[in-house]
Ligand binder design. Structure first.
Ligand SMILES: Cc1cc2nc3c(=O)[nH]c(=O)nc-3n(C[C@H](O)[C@H](O)[C@H](O)COP(=O)(O)O)c2cc1C
Length: 378
């Protein structure tokens, strides 16, 4: 997802300063409703809905928010995948989507835990779809609540500040290995690994960059992202998901025809070239990488990877370290096959690498849009 800041720097020069809207326009461009779910979650009467209000804030691929929830009996809820919210081009077997649903389940459990309820997560209670096929209409997990006196997990406090930070990181501020110890401890059911070694980081930057290039020049995978771009406040408010390109400058560039879905899709356009330059800066300022793997690649393991990814993301937040997943080398479509193998060899992980991400110290960024909990209740 593009970093607004760098887009502004690059594309801003294309538009005469006078064409950019005034201060009043700028102050009205924040999408209020799309960010409302972050404001005061956890106020509903039913504890399951309270937990759901938090869970919708979970990270998930391309911010598709593929979750649907059905309340069941008095004490449980079923999570389903909204099958229309998958990413068939870049995630042909729904692996990343399942990870996102795991993030959601873990955040639900953390929120319920802080509210006095222990949650039992039962993966795929009606059976597990094969991992080389796609998810189906069966539930992804059952969440069962029971009153408990257990204290809240300290990770829960980081939820309002958790981000996927898609900005350049401070090039003068390496991440100390010791700062990652509590992050490693946060992963309970999957293998966590990292490097902050400059040479190894350079190798992985190069790998991530090449994978990004493949996704960008493969028309159907690039188009999948372009189709999910929400440009400007009214598009973001109408669909608070996908790749949000907000703010007065981007809206103005959109109005003058420089930044549109068409220009972003066109590899010959200035907008496309700027997107590439922007990503190069993200790679160049990366201070290290983290990755997470599971012994196999079953659906239950993908779900577990998501549960742990949420915990890793929260532990990084508490440590003040920024993170951005870079999933391209882990994607399972034919054009990426060679880099998928190279990534697994280079990372030396046993089993399946489920998440790969850059880390460093980035600027503060706002939360990303969300559909409210009520839109996700079946
Ligand atoms: C399985 C998974 C894969 C992701 N892959 C990428 C990625 O390749 N590039 C990226 O910038 N963000 C990636 N993200 C982060 C999402 O874009 C992000 O979670 C989503 O936009 C919501 O934003 P938030 O995490 O700041 O709330 C990924 C997240 C998950 C859970």
């Amino acid at each position: 997802m593009p970093s607004r800041r760098t887009f502004l720097a690059g594309l801003g020069g294309l538009v005469a300063a006078g064409a950019v809207g005034g201060t009043v326009f700028a102050f009205t461009r924040t999408p209020v409703a799309a960010l409302a779910p972050w404001a005061a979650p956890g106020t509903a009467d039913d504890p399951r809905v309270r937990a759901l209000e938090w869970a919708v804030l979970a990270p998930n691929p391309h911010n598709r928010q593929p979750w649907l929830v059905a309340l069941e009996n008095d004490d449980s809820a079923l999570i389903y995948c909204d099958l229309d919210r998958r990413l068939p081009m870049t995630d042909p077997f729904d692996r990343q989507i399942t990870i996102g649903l795991g993030c959601f389940a873990e955040l639900f459990a953390l929120a319920a835990g802080a509210d006095g309820f222990a949650v039992t997560v039962t993966p795929f209670p009606e059976g597990e779809p094969a991992n080389d096929w796609r998810l189906d209409e069966r539930p992804v997990a059952r969440l069962t609540l029971a009153r408990s006196g257990v204290a809240a997990d300290p990770l829960f406090a980081a939820v309002p500040d958790r981000r996927s930070n898609k900005e350049p990181y401070d090039p003068a501020r390496p991440v100390p290995a010791a700062a990652l110890q509590p992050v490693a401890a946060a992963a309970k059911q999957s293998d966590f690994a990292f490097t902050v070694d400059p040479e190894r980081t350079a190798v992985l930057r190069d790998l991530a960059q090449r994978a990004w290039d493949i996704e960008a020049i493969t028309p159907r995978t690039h188009q999948e992202s372009v189709d999910l771009m929400r440009i400007g406040k009214s598009e973001i408010e109408a669909n608070p998901d996908g790749i949000d390109l907000g703010g007065a400058m981007l809206e103005t560039l959109n109005m003058v025809g420089v930044l549109t879905r068409e220009t972003l899709a066109d590899p010959e356009s200035e907008a496309f070239a700027q997107g590439k330059t922007m990503y190069r800066e993200l790679f160049d300022t990366t201070q290290g990488f983290i990755w997470q793997s599971t012994p196999g690649n079953s659906r239950a393991e993908q779900l577990v990877a998501g549960r742990d990814w949420l915990r890793i993301n929260l532990a990084l937040t508490l440590a003040g370290i920024s993170v951005q997943p870079l999933s391209q080398p882990l994607q399972e479509y034919p054009e990426m096959a060679a880099l998928y193998r190279e990534a697994h060899e280079t990372l030396g992980a046993d089993g399946t690498v489920q998440m790969l991400a850059r880390i460093g110290y980035g600027p503060d960024v706002p939360p990303s849009p969300r559909w409210p909990a009520r839109a996700k209740l079946m």
